[in-house]
Design a protein around this ligand. Structure first.
Ligand SMILES: [Ca+2]
Ligand SMILES: [Ca+2]
Ligand SMILES: [Ca+2]
Length: 250
C-alpha cells in the first residue's frame, strides 16, 4: 500500500472512530445519491477534512480527489451516466447509517479505489460496526469499483473526445492561471479560485469548467469538424458575393 494510501486509511480510521457508535441505528432510508453533496462530504463541516481527503490525490491519478467527487456528483445529478453508475446507490444503501456523518466519503472512496473499499469492508467489519451490512457481495470488485465504471479516473474519458479527465483538469486549471500538475503547491487563495463556495460543481471556477469540459466533447473532435464546416460556409458566402458583383456589372 502506498504511503499516501496508508495515511488516508489512518485518517479514515480517525474520523470513523470519532463517530458516535453508541447511537442506536434508526429506521431511516438511505439518501438518494443524486442528492448527496460529495464536495462538502469530502471536506467535512468547516473544511476540517480537506488535508486528509478533499485536497489530496489519494488514488494517485493526478487529479485532486475533490474534483473527481465533483465530477461524480454532477454525473449522478444529471443522470446522464445512470447505466455506468447503477451500482452506487446500492453501495450507499449498504453502508448507510443515519448517524454516520461520513457517508459521502465512504461511498466515494469505496467506489473509486480498491484499497478504500477493502479498508471499509475489512477494517470496519472487523470492528463489528457493519457486520450485518457488509456481506459477501461487497467482496466483488467488479460490482462496486468505480474504476470499473471508467468515468472519474484521471485516465478516463467519459465524453469520448480524446482528452482524458487529467487533461481536461489541467486545461481547466490553465484557464484560471493555475498549475494543475502541481496543485500540491496551491495556496488557500488558489483553492478558492478552484472551487467557489466549496459546494457547487457549476460556475466560473476550475471545478465548474472541469466538470463541463470533462462531460462535453471539446476541441480535438469539435474543432476539426467545426473548422471544416466554417471553411465551407465562408467559401460559399465568398462565391455568392463574387457572383453578385459580376451580375451587377453586367
Ligand atoms: Ca485523485
Ligand atoms: Ca474527455
Ligand atoms: Ca471534453
Amino acid at each position: 500500500m502506498r504511503c499516501g494510501s496508508l495515511i488516508t486509511v489512518m485518517a479514515l480510521g480517525m474520523v470513523l472512530s470519532s463517530a458516535s457508535i453508541a447511537l442506536a441505528q434508526e429506521e431511516d432510508p438511505a439518501p438518494d445519491v443524486a442528492d448527496m453533496n460529495f464536495l462538502t462530504g469530502l471536506r467535512g463541516s468547516s473544511g476540517q477534512y480537506v488535508n486528509y481527503f478533499a485536497h489530496k490525490d489519494n488514488d494517485g491519478d493526478g487529479i485532486p480527489d475533490i474534483f473527481q467527487a465533483g465530477l461524480l456528483q454532477y454525473m449522478l445529478a444529471t443522470k446522464r451516466y445512470d447505466k455506468e453508475l447503477s451500482g452506487i446507490q446500492d453501495c450507499c444503501d449498504k453502508i448507510w447509517l443515519p448517524w454516520n456523518k461520513f457517508t459521502e466519503i465512504s461511498v466515494f472512496y469505496m467506489g473509486t479505489s480498491e484499497w478504500g473499499r477493502d479498508f471499509f469492508v475489512d477494517w470496519i467489519s472487523g470492528m463489528g460496526l457493519y457486520a450485518d451490512v457488509f456481506d459477501d457481495p461487497f467482496y466483488a470488485p467488479s460490482e462496486y469499483s468505480m474504476n470499473g465504471y471508467g468515468l472519474v479516473g484521471g485516465a478516463d474519458n467519459p465524453d469520448a473526445d480524446g482528452l482524458t479527465n487529467y487533461q481536461e483538469f489541467t486545461r481547466a486549471c490553465r484557464k484560471f492561471n493555475l498549475d494543475g500538475q502541481n496543485f500540491e503547491n496551491w495556496s488557500d487563495k488558489d483553492w478558492g479560485v478552484a472551487y467557489i463556495n466549496n459546494t457547487s460543481t457549476v460556475g466560473a471556477s476550475v471545478m465548474g469548467t472541469f466538470v463541463d469540459q470533462a462531460t462535453t466533447p471539446s476541441l480535438p473532435v469539435m474543432g476539426f469538424f467545426g473548422m471544416g464546416a466554417t471553411s465551407l460556409a465562408m467559401a460559399w458566402i465568398g462565391i455568392r458575393r463574387v457572383s453578385s458583383r459580376r451580375r451587377k456589372h453586367q
